[in-house]
Design a protein around this ligand. Structure first.
Ligand code: NDP
Ligand code: 2IT
Length: 451
């Protein structure tokens, strides 16, 4: 009988980079996972022998397509659209669409890969996918956004479906874009099915979906703090971003008694030492989702400081919630946060901390909640939107908020089970989330045999 040699991190990395050249974000996400999962695989030879890790890091398929649309001046524009259908072992492909000028295959593969384990942690039957386009919605008119979304969906519609692949929002894709895409899907297919989530309430959307990622992230942090006999109450909190995730993280942190003193966008951050209360947050939500303005306008209105081109990590805080984008906290920022007395960090964004930054937090024994655990609330309520669409019913806000809370505490439990260190004290949430998310998907893949 053949005996499969144990995996080493270095050999695995070499193969990964060779198979996926020029994809640094994908390498980063996979290696963060592999660091904790390889020892687990070596200790459980059934996964080693079946080459589960090698199989899991190869998407089922990647679809790349041309998106042509006409701008308001009558000029023809060409963008590149993508859908990475990563893994459907435990349910149909599920994950967001990102419209941002930086979108490329490396970024979508890292997001699709992480989605696999995030979706598994929710306990709902969802596989993983991610997609989007290198379209920059900034400065585009409503009609231009509509024409882009329609053209994008004209091709994407051939590859998705309520039991195949169910996209949702991400950076640059909110309720407006989902509505344009859903309208086009319905028109092309002549069917009304829950093929997208994050829909508006009038046509099959779910209560709490808009709030879910931010709320879930705050709930997760509350669990982390409770586990240490503490809570969010009275803590100074630094949040980055001012989009969907950041807005509702701020709302829930504030209602749990925390004081949020920063928010940001790609041009800089505002520092409001008095705290961003309900009224100020309503101003931000209108600024960002209706007027589509810049965060600096907040500083002008509320007479506080705006730091152009900077990130908020130099501000002294107890808790940090990066909610903007990948790699926004590097090693130096992590060191500064720790030096300033950080008590815990929860990632609202996907992979906002670099590998070096994560090591700083782990070495300092600061609870660090990775995105695949802390921001899973969004896709969890997307899963609940799918359920409601299937049974053709809508649940109440209370019902959904209760389920979201239960799912987040279930994820916390899985992290503790797989991530508690031998001293019985410190929880390594990176290890816990990675192994916790891995097991269900790996066992399903084993059950299917060699496919
Ligand atoms: P939005 O488009 O609503 O908001 C994004 C925010 O991040 C904006 O404030 C934006 O600023 C800022 N931002 C984006 N790119 C950059 C950049 N390169 N540098 C600095 N700031 C940047 O997106 P979401 O709030 O939905 O997503 C935020 C993060 O959360 C992403 O990592 C996403 O993958 C993740 N996430 C989202 C979920 C969801 O349900 N929406 C679920 C789970 C995770 P500006 O306006 O200037 O561009
Ligand atoms: O990263 C994410 O989990 C999302 N953007 C949400 C995906 C979803 O299908 O709701």
């Amino acid at each position: 009988m053949n005996s499969t040699p144990e995996l080493t991190l270095e050999n695995f990395r070499e193969g990964l980079v060779k198979r996926n050249p020029g994809e640094p974000e994908f390498h980063q996400a996979v290696m963060e996972f592999a660091e904790f999962v390889i020892p687990y695989i070596n200790a459980n030879p059934k996964y080693l022998k079946a080459k589960i890790l090698e199989r899991m890091t190869e998407p089922d398929r990647t679809i790349i397509f041309r998106v042509v649309w006409e701008d308001d001046a009558g000029d023809i524009r060409v963008n590149r659209g993508y859908r990475v259908q990563f893994n459907n072992s435990i349910g149909p492909y599920k994950g967001g669409l990102r419209f941002h000028h930086s979108v490329n295959l490396s970024i979508l593969k890292f997001l699709g890969f992480e989605q696999t384990f995030k979706n598994s942690l929710t306990t709902l039957p969802m596989g993983s996918g991610k997609g989007g386009a290198d379209f920059n919605p900034k400065g585009k008119s409503e009609r231009e956004v509509m024409r882009f979304c329609q053209s994008f969906m004209t091709e994407l519609s051939k590859h998705i479906g309520q039991d195949i692949d169910i996209p949702a929002g991400d950076i640059g894709v909110g309720s407006r874009e989902i509505s344009y895409m859903f309208g086009q899907y319905k028109r092309l297919k002549n069917e009304f099915t829950g093929t997208l989530t994050g829909k508006s309430l009038e046509f099959g959307g779910s209560l709490i979906r808009k709030e879910a990622t931010g709320y879930g992230c705050a709930y997760f942090m509350e669990q982390v703090m409770n586990h240490r006999g503490d809570s969010i109450k009275g803590k100074v909190c630094v949040v980055s971003g001012s989009g969907n995730v950041a807005q509702f993280a701020v709302e829930k942190i504030t209602s749990l008694g925390g004081r949020v003193v920063t928010m940001s966008d790609s041009s800089g951050f505002i520092h409001d030492p008095e705290g961003i209360n309900e009224e100020k947050l309503a101003y931000i939500i209108d600024l960002k989702t209706v007027r589509r303005g810049r965060i600096k306008e907040y500083a002008d209105k509320y007479n506080c400081k705006f730091f152009e081109g900077e990130k908020p990590w130099s501000i002294k805080c107890d808790l940090a919630f990066p909610c903007a984008t990948q790699n926004e906290i590097d090693e130096a920022a992590a060191r500064e946060l720790v030096k300033n007395g950080l008590k815990a960090l929860a990632e609202g964004a996907n992979m906002p901390c670099t590998g070096e930054a994560i090591n700083v937090f782990l070495d300092a024994k600061i609870p660090f909640a990775p995105g695949k655990a802390a921001n899973a609330g969004g896709v969890a309520v997307s899963g609940l939107e799918m359920t409601q669409n299937s049974i053709r019913l809508s649940w109440s806000r209370e019902e959904l908020e209760g389920r979201l809370k239960d799912i987040m505490s279930g994820i916390h439990k899985q992290c503790v089970t797989y991530g508690i260190e031998e001293d019985g004290n410190y929880v390594n949430y990176v290890k816990g989330a990675n192994i916790g998310g891995f097991v269900k998907v790996a066992d399903a893949m084993l059950a299917y045999g060699v496919i």
